[in-house]
Design a protein. Sequence first.
Length: 182
Amino acid sequence: MNNIREPAPALLRVIAVLEFPSILIGKLAGWLILPLVGALVYEVTARYVFNSPTIWAYDVTYMLGGTLFMLGSAYALQTGSHVKADFLMAALRPRWQALIDVVLYLVLYFPAMFLFLDYGLRFAAQSWSQHETYPQSPWMPIIYPLKTVIPITLVLLLIQGVAELIKAVWVLRNDAPFPKSE
């Protein structure tokens, strides 16, 4: 008889539903690398081949890069790609790893995410109400859509955090690693 417990199918469905936005948005955000590289190549070509730099490329690249980074963060959490003290955690049994995860999610992660979300929503709303532009740029691009990505990212991180907490609680109860998502 196999001693390794498997999560109930209903639990796996809940995890899949919670992880779906992170996976979908993360993979879609990955495509932002193409216009990001395109803008950089265009700027380098315009600047060094035609001696005619653009006024917009810098702004477009930091906006695309920031959006890619932010929208990909929940996917990185889902895949376990975020930086953490793996060298310490690897020495522990799954149950101890899960206990540390549960405590850190409840004590640090969720309170911080809710604080950031509160601030991020106000930050984005103020930007929209002022139709904010970026005054340090000669192009003066609108900045409020970029600031809207902040609360969207935080909602994605909260949803993914719930999935990670559920997985950690399961591991804590079963003292076995949670099966990897597909």
